[in-house]
Design a protein around this ligand. Structure first.
Ligand code: APR
Ligand code: PHB
Length: 393
């Protein structure tokens, strides 16, 4: 079967779906090719903190209603350090922007809802997706669906297929440069139907990092730093709660309401950037081009800012024949990406106990926390970055 569209979007995660929706608002046709089923995509549990800029963009795209109804607004986040006083990193005070707790799953559900309402084309279980002629004027994507081979011709391809997708790998290796850091630990996360502590709290403790977060008034999300060879089976709920509470100061630990976990998983931590984010008529967005460790919760926010730049560029091309934004897409997106890569790397280093960390490094880190605690200017610098840098005009 032969099909044609203006933009072929590989991947139906938040980046691909949001791009498809925003292109639709701009009068541009797209087809989303997703390898998994919708049910599978919606089962994945990911981070849940949105920058004010992401919230504004989602509202402007008509996706604000559920966000405003269910999202939880915070003045910023807390950092707690062993037995020292907790530090509020106030994005509201220092950057004039609050933060939102709202799960990626809820956003993806909303995106599916509006794409389906608007008659959007999302092909689930698209198998064996291959990109062709991306360096020419008439690119194509082939894939298998329900045993049938299909060809989708298009003007542009958006590679929104995450870190393990096919898009980035379709660029000749000699034309992409990658930058990478793997961290020597992972995060063991659980979701539980218990009332959350109510704030996003990053904790550094001699036993390792921990994080308290939330989805809604009856859904809590917690993480602890774990070794890379940890096995989930070694972490029954009781052991997890016990370890988590030890890593928070007593005043916070006593507020943690425990209960059975409804999800438990281990994720490795990695920083990764591929440059450039364009090859011919292929444009990468979201995790397909970059990964950040979850410390700082920037992954989803970066996917959203990439999509903002990319939809603007594509709309300018189709409406006005102006390619200025297409040509600057990669540079513009990468400036924001590196800002977030740097912040999440810095927070990851500060808050985790590295296996080879010696007493000297631990003291340096404690001193960095003390400096943050004492200096409103240092807090302002961190808050500005945590709040998210503005999108470029
Ligand atoms: N063909 C079609 N689809 C594919 C392929 C492929 N070969 N490979 C991967 N996909 C799909 C995946 O099944 C997934 O649904 O692409 C989608 C990519 O979605 P995400 O991994 O969620 O990436 P993205 O949309 O960029 O969103 C970034 O997700 O990982 C988090 O922290 C990250 O919050 C950030 C957000
Ligand atoms: C989450 O709520 O899942 C979360 C919050 C903050 C982070 C990472 C994850 O930095």
């Amino acid at each position: 079967m032969q099909q044609r569209t203006q933009v072929a979007i590989i991947g139906g995660g938040p980046a691909g779906l949001l791009l498809s929706h925003m292109l639709h608002l701009g009068g541009i046709k797209s087809v989303v090719l997703e390898r998994q089923t919708k049910a599978y995509v919606l089962k994945r549990i990911r981070a849940g903190v949105l920058e004010y800029g992401s919230v504004k963009l989602l509202r402007n795209a008509g996706l604000g209603e559920r966000l405003d109804r269910e999202g939880h607004v915070h003045d910023g986040c807390f950092i707690v350090w062993q037995d020292r006083e907790p530090l509020l990193v106030s994005t509201k005070e220092h950057a004039g922007k609050p933060m939102w707790s709202h799960g990626q799953t809820a956003i993806t559900e909303e995106l599916y809802r509006v794409r389906e309402r608007d008659g959007g084309s999302i092909v689930e279980e698209a198998d064996n997706v291959r990109l062709h002629d991306i360096d020419g004027a008439a690119p194509k994507v082939t894939y298998d669906w329900n045993g049938e081979s299909r060809t989708l011709s298009c003007d542009f391809i958006a590679g929104c297929d995450g870190f393990h997708g096919v898009s980035r790998r379709s660029i000749p290796a000699s034309l992409v440069r990658t930058f990478e850091r793997a961290y020597p630990f992972g995060w063991l996360g659980i979701m539980s139907e218990t009332p959350p502590v109510g704030e996003v709290i990053y904790a550094r403790h001699a036993r390792g990092f921990a994080l308290a977060s939330l989805r809604n008034p009856m859904l809590s999300r917690y993480y602890i730093q774990c070794s890379l060879d940890s096995d989930i089976a070694e972490w029954p709920d009781e052991r997890f709660w016990d370890e988590l509470k030890q890593r928070f100061p007593p005043g916070i630990a006593e507020k943690i309401v425990t209960g059975p976990s409804i999800e438990k998983s281990i994720a490795p931590l990695r920083s990764f950037v591929a440059e450039p984010m364009r090859y011919g008529r292929l444009f990468l967005a979201g995790d397909a081009a970059h990964i950040v460790p979850p410390t700082g919760a920037k992954g989803l926010n970066l996917a959203i800012s990439d999509v903002f730049y990319l939809q603007r560029a594509l709309i300018e091309h189709f409406r006005n024949g102006d390619d200025q934004y297409l040509d600057s897409y990669s540079d513009m997106a990468l400036r924001r990406v590196w800002g977030a890569v740097r912040l999440s790397w810095q927070l990851t280093k500060l808050l985790h106990v590295f296996p080879d960390e010696d007493a000297f490094e631990s003291r340096i880190k404690a001193s960095e926390f003390d400096y943050l605690q004492a200096s409103p200017k240092a807090q302002a610098a961190l808050a500005e970055q945590y709040a998210g840098l503005p999108f470029e005009e």
